[in-house]
Design a protein around this ligand. Structure first.
Ligand code: NAD
Length: 391
């Protein structure tokens, strides 16, 4: 009898999983339903570009129908509110209950606020297109208000966290704010960009030589780094630092970290303290073998026993592998262990340059690195059968 596969989330992991599963299994083997909050897939690795207006919203939004229309995959627009792996049920916000034989959880990550007072309430985040749009509208309004209000905090932009997300965002700020200032008739020398990082340096753990390149490039374009100073509290218009200093700013964007998904934590699937589900070498939950967990809400460990960083690259590799695992669940045969193949890491530093490490030792900077980053986006789009047309 036909099995019922339900995939939760149409991000990098969930969408690739749906496509890959249909490569191996036809509709008489299994029905596939993919549940997503929106009826589109979001290219969230490029949100920092949309947040400053450097890339259109439309180019980051891929209608699920466009990618899945001929794949015999039911698209269900809905928000998952509860998983009950014992009852094999999923509850949606509209009270609908879905049942499954095999479940794929690919709900992504959530922002980690570390309990810092006021942060959740007063900081912008950048985890969805809607949030990117909100930030862009806010920045534009700061520039529009300045000539009327003359408040310096309107032109002071603070990014909390100098991991990859924070650095990519300040790179976009450095390139886009001069344009926005000119459009609003605001003198550029009044615009200030701060990047505040708790660790002693930016991009903790990344290649020191590339970190130096990034720091020099961003400083030359006006970014002010404050390192070794954790943000301890945020009030409307005011950021408090552990040093006792404060920064008056109307714009604080938090890129200080991510954690797994609360729905997964509440479901009874075994998770780690950062809310990521523990999975085996076949990406199955360690306490519910009929539940696969993929992408940012899963915990997989490298050879040194440390968690792999949650990246889009890893998420879509997990999605692809899961398609094959579902095939074996239904048609039989031996599953091969999932082994990530991480090609490298590249961080953009604005519109024209990037830094990256490819393979174990190849380092790249400047336009070439940016080209590699663009190429990896195209590779992904090619994988999901979508064409990138709007810039
Ligand atoms: P992160 O956890 O990598 O970095 C967060 C940074 O915030 C850290 O450097 C941390 O020290 C700092 N921080 C934490 N608390 C702070 C505080 N109170 N005050 C100031 N700073 C504080 O998070 P991220 O940058 O969002 O990245 C999440 C994951 O996504 C990572 O695995 C990253 O590699 C990946 N990512 C990859 C790319 C890319 O490949 N281009 C881009 C973005 C994110």
């Amino acid at each position: 009898m036909e099995k019922r596969i339900v995939i939760l989330g149409a991000g990098y992991a969930g969408l690739v999983c749906a496509l890959q599963t249909r490569k191996y299994l036809n509709s008489s083997d299994a029905s596939i339903t993919i549940v997503n909050k929106h009826n589109y897939h979001q290219l969230i690795t490029l949100l920092h570009e949309t947040a400053v207006g450097a890339r259109s919203d439309r180019s980051l939004r891929i209608p699920l129908q466009k990618v899945l229309h001929d794949k015999n995959v039911e698209i269900k627009k809905g928000t998952v509110v509860k998983l009950d792996p014992d009852a094999k049920q999923v509850k949606l916000e509209n009270d609908e209950t879905l049942t499954y034989d095999l479940l794929v959880v690919a709900l992504g990550s959530e922002t980690e606020y570390f309990g810092i007072p006021g942060l959740k309430e007063h900081a912008f985040t950048l985890k969805s297109l809607n949030q990117a749009r909100l930030l862009r509208a806010h920045i534009e309004s700061c520039f529009a208000r300045y000539p009327l209000e003359h408040k310096r905090e309107l032109l002071r932009f603070v990014v909390g966290g100098a991991g990859f997300s924070g650095i990519e965002l300040v790179g976009e700020f450095a390139d886009a704010l001069p344009r926005l200032a000119a459009e609003a008739g605001v003198p550029l020398e009044l615009v200030e960009i701060y990047n505040v990082e708790a660790a002693p340096g930016i991009l903790p753990g990344f290649d020191p030589e590339l970190v130096k390149t990034a720091e020099e490039s961003l400083k030359a374009r006006g970014v002010r780094f404050m390192t070794g100073v954790p943000i301890t509290q945020v009030e409307p218009g005011l950021v408090h630092l552990k040093s006792g200093d404060t920064i008056e700013s109307e714009t604080i964007v938090w890129t200080g970290g991510v954690r797994g998904n609360q729905i997964v934590v509440d479901s009874g699937l075994e998770t780690d303290p950062r809310g990521r589900a523990k999975v085996d070498e076949h990406l199955q939950s360690v306490n519910h073998e009929d539940v696969y967990v993929l992408g940012d809400c899963a915990l997989i460990l490298n050879e040194q026993g440390r968690p792999y960083p949650p990246t889009a690259q890893l998420a879509w590799q997990m999605g692809a592998a899961c398609g094959k695992f579902l095939y074996h669940d239904i048609r039989g045969g031996l599953k091969e262990d999932f082994k990530p193949n991480i090609a490298g890491a590249i961080a953009s530093l604005g519109r024209k340059e990037a830094i990256g490490k490819i393979g174990k030792s190849f380092k790249t900077t400047g336009k070439m690195a940016y080209f590699f980053k663009d190429a990896s986006n195209y590779r992904y789009l090619n994988k999901i059968g979508s064409v990138f047309t709007n810039r």
